[in-house]
Design a protein around this ligand. Structure first.
Ligand SMILES: Cc1cc2nc3c(=O)[nH]c(=O)nc-3n(C[C@H](O)[C@H](O)[C@H](O)COP(=O)(O)OP(=O)(O)OC[C@H]3O[C@@H](n4cnc5c(N)ncnc54)[C@H](O)[C@@H]3O)c2cc1C
Length: 157
C-alpha cells in the first residue's frame, strides 16, 4: 500500500473522481477509505448537475449514471425551480441519483482503471494500521478516536 505514488484519503465522490483522473494520466494512485463499505449515514448528495454529467461524458462513463438516475430539466436555486431545458449542452437536465450509487459507479470505474481502492476492515489489523498510517499523516486520527475535524494546517506563508 505504501508504494503508490499518490494515496488519496477518502473514497467518496471527490476522492474517487480524483483517482480516476490521476489513473488516466498514468499516475500510480491508491484510495483509502475509512468506512468499511459504501454505506452512508444519511442520504448525502442527491444528484448530479448538468456540468458534472458533461465531465463524466468526457470520460465515457455518463451512461452508467444516466441508466440509474432520474432526469429532471429543472435546477433548484434558493428554493426556486429553474427551467434548464434551453442551456447549450446535450445534458440539459439534472440527474437524481443518491450518493451511494454515485460512489458505487465511480468505484467501479476506478477499479477498471487499476486503482487500488481500499476500504477499512477493522478485522484485518494490518490493513487498518496501514490505512491509519497513511491517512493519519494527512488528516490526523480517524473517526472514533477524535472529535476534531480533519486538520488542514498551513505550512509556510
Ligand atoms: C447531511 C448532508 C446532506 C447532503 N445533501 C446533499 C444533497 O441533497 N445534494 C447534494 O448535491 N449534496 C448534498 N450533500 C453534500 C454531499 O454529500 C457532498 O457534496 C459530497 O459528499 C462531497 O463528497 P466528497 O467526496 O468531497 O466528501 P465526502 O462525501 O464527505 O467524503 C469524504 C470521505 O473521506 C473519508 N475520510 C475522511 N477522513 C478520512 C481518513 N482520515 N481516512 C480515510 N478516509 C477518510 C470519509 O469516510 C468519506 O467517505 C449533503 C451533505 C450532508 C452532510
Amino acid at each position: 500500500m505504501n508504494d503508490h505514488a499518490v494515496k488519496i484519503a477518502g473514497g467518496a465522490p471527490t476522492g474517487l473522481m480524483l483517482a480516476g483522473e490521476l489513473a488516466l494520466a498514468k499516475v500510480d494512485v491508491a484510495v483509502v477509505e475509512r468506512r468499511p463499505n459504501q454505506d452512508l449515514t444519511g442520504s448525502r448528495a442527491g444528484g448530479l448537475h448538468s456540468h458534472t454529467i458533461e465531465i463524466l461524458d468526457q470520460r465515457g462513463i455518463a451512461d452508467r449514471f444516466l441508466a440509474e438516475g432520474q432526469k429532471a430539466q429543472v435546477a433548484a436555486f434558493g428554493g426556486t425551480q429553474l427551467d434548464i431545458s434551453d442551456i447549450p449542452t446535450r445534458h440539459n437536465y439534472e440527474l437524481g441519483l443518491w450518493q451511494k450509487h454515485i460512489e458505487r459507479l465511480l468505484a467501479g470505474w476506478v477499479g477498471e482503471l487499476g486503482v487500488h481502492n481500499v476500504m477499512a476492515n477493522p478485522a484485518e489489523t494490518n490493513q487498518w494500521a496501514d490505512l491509519l498510517a497513511i491517512t493519519g499523516q494527512l488528516y490526523g486520527p480517524p473517526a472514533g478516536t477524535s472529535t476534531g475535524r480533519p486538520r488542514a494546517e498551513p505550512t509556510g506563508h
